[in-house]
Design a protein around this ligand. Structure first.
Ligand code: SF4
Ligand code: SF4
Length: 223
């Protein structure tokens, strides 16, 4: 899932400094799971913004809605009835995709209330960690299911760098050396020989698909 965290209140407050009425929009997808942009966070942010504006003697009106997903027009269009003339700004508590989908649909000042951090998963309640850099050309079959692009501090494709000590990364002693993990895993799988094949430098121009990546599924388009 996409993992995000809330921007500091002061930052969001400054972004809507001119507005009298704002639409605060949450997302029921990934950002609800990582406790950053669901219904609860929408309520908290809207209340905090109103409180600050009240203390500043410049009351703010808020309308709060949480969509199933902000990255899908099927749900985004449900906002049409809320995006009225009086709405001066839309505050999106989605990942960057959701913010852009709202900005593409409405000729309004749309501001992000979250910082989108990474594609990752849940390690424990309240703890998320990155696992994929969305490189577009997955090589996990070469590395025992451990991503060197994300988990190695230098994103080395043919490691290790030689600086690892006691299994820890030389750049950040808090994290395991990705290439130690890869070595251990490949040894466990009896596939150490696979590591002798040199992985060519990643062709990011190909991986990035010319800048704006797309996935097309003909069967879904025709359906
Ligand atoms: S190699 Fe790493 S960054 Fe690329 S798709 Fe696979 S997991 Fe993601
Ligand atoms: S010590 Fe390991 S994880 Fe850290 S940069 Fe070197 S190879 Fe990558």
């Amino acid at each position: 899932m996409i993992v995000a965290e809330g921007k500091p209140l002061e930052e969001v407050y400054a972004l809507i400094a001119e507005a009298k009425k704002v639409l605060v929009v949450g997302c029921g997808g990934c950002v609800t799971v990582c406790l950053a942009g669901g219904e609860k966070e929408v309520g908290l942010l809207a209340a905090s913004l109103r409180m600050k504006r009240k203390l500043a003697d410049r009351p703010l009106e808020t309308v709060e809605v949480t969509l199933t997903r902000q990255c899908d027009p099927e749900y985004v269009e449900q906002l049409d009835r809320y995006v009225t003339e009086e709405i001066d700004a839309i505050v999106s508590l989605a990942c960057g995709v959701g913010v852009q989908f709202l900005a593409e649909r409405y000729p309004k000042w749309v501001v992000p209330a979250l910082n989108t951090k990474f594609a990752g998963g849940t390690l424990a309640p309240g703890r998320w960690e990155e696992r994929c850099g969305l490189c577009g050309e997955c090589i996990l079959h070469r590395t025992g299911g451990i991503c060197p692009i994300i988990r190695c501090a230098k994103s080395i494709l043919n490691g290790p760098c030689g600086g690892s000590q006691n299994g820890k990364c030389e750049v950040n002693k808090e994290i395991d050396c990705a290439w130690q993990l890869i070595y251990d895993r490949m040894r466990l799988l009896g596939r150490l020989d696979d590591l002798l094949t040199i992985e060519p430098a990643k062709d990011w121009s190909k991986a990035k698909d010319g800048g704006l990546r797309k996935v097309l599924r003909e069967e879904a388009i025709l359906a």
